[in-house]
Design a protein around this ligand. Sequence first.
Ligand SMILES: CCCCCCCC/C=C\CCCCCCCC(=O)SCCNC(=O)CCNC(=O)[C@H](O)C(C)(C)COP(=O)(O)OP(=O)(O)OC[C@H]1O[C@@H](n2cnc3c(N)ncnc32)[C@H](O)[C@@H]1OP(=O)(O)O
Length: 237
Amino acid sequence: MASILCRISKTLVNHRLPPFTKGLIRPMVTVSWPFQSQPRDLSLPNPSWSKEMLQHYELYNSQCVGEDGKEGSGPWRRLPSYNRLLKFATGGVLLSKIIQSEARLFTRNIKIPGAGFEYVMFIKKSQEKCVCIFQAGHLLEGPPGHVHGGATAAMIDSVNGTHATYVCGPVMTANLNINYRNPIPLGSTVVLESTLDQREGRKAFFSCIVTSIDGSKVHVESKALFLSISMSRILGG
Ligand SMILES: CCCCCCCC/C=C\CCCCCCCC(=O)SCCNC(=O)CCNC(=O)[C@H](O)C(C)(C)COP(=O)(O)OP(=O)(O)OC[C@H]1O[C@@H](n2cnc3c(N)ncnc32)[C@H](O)[C@@H]1OP(=O)(O)O
């Protein structure tokens, strides 16, 4: 009985971790708790993914496995993705708590598979590159038949932002400068490649290039500045 209680309490402790740590922190126990609500990793293949999206996913996923055949020992790492990050990030007043409990990560808030932002990110363990395979759904329309520039900007900010968080810890976007070169057809799959260009104290400079899946067409090029900030500043609002 004591050992069962111990296992349950360990499980609860593990489930209190913020969702974004899942996959980064190995759970101490694997016992399943009947009332748990496990967040769903939304960066795994679903039936809406195109053939190109799946092929590219497999290409990077296969490089997450090392030469020794062990998963996780390859040069790339797949980043799991959930529809929310922190519960009650800006605590205090009741309204804030209600809003926060309803909060969802912007690029993960369209529930219908394939309708909005379908994407998966991989980061190079040497940290200088982060790649995102992105399939743009019909709800992201801007000009007829093409992706809204704001949706593309959101994806660039997310990929650079995730990359920056991975490299620097908590950050905020201070500046994002975008050049749109060729419109992205709705429903197509594109690749976003984020590069860490430079670090200077609290500042981290990133660039991003968005290309067609075969690399033949450049859709967007951008530069971004991220500033490291304390976690208490994010949580305190
Ligand atoms: C995060 C929790 C961890 C979760 C982990 C999850 C894992 C990843 C999973 C999922 C990730 C999803 C990824 C999403 C990512 C989205 C990111 C966003 O969209 S963030 C929202 C938009 N950004 C804002 O709302 C910022 C608003 N601005 C501010 O809060 C401040 O202005 C801030 C923090 C940017 C800077 O304020 P200061 O007070 O800290 O710093 P000062 O003193 O003003 O500047 C410091 C230096 O930076 C330069 N600087 C500041 N802003 C600049 C600018 N816009 N352009 C150029 N230089 C600038 C200054 O000139 C100064 O430079 P000199 O030290 O003098 O050399």
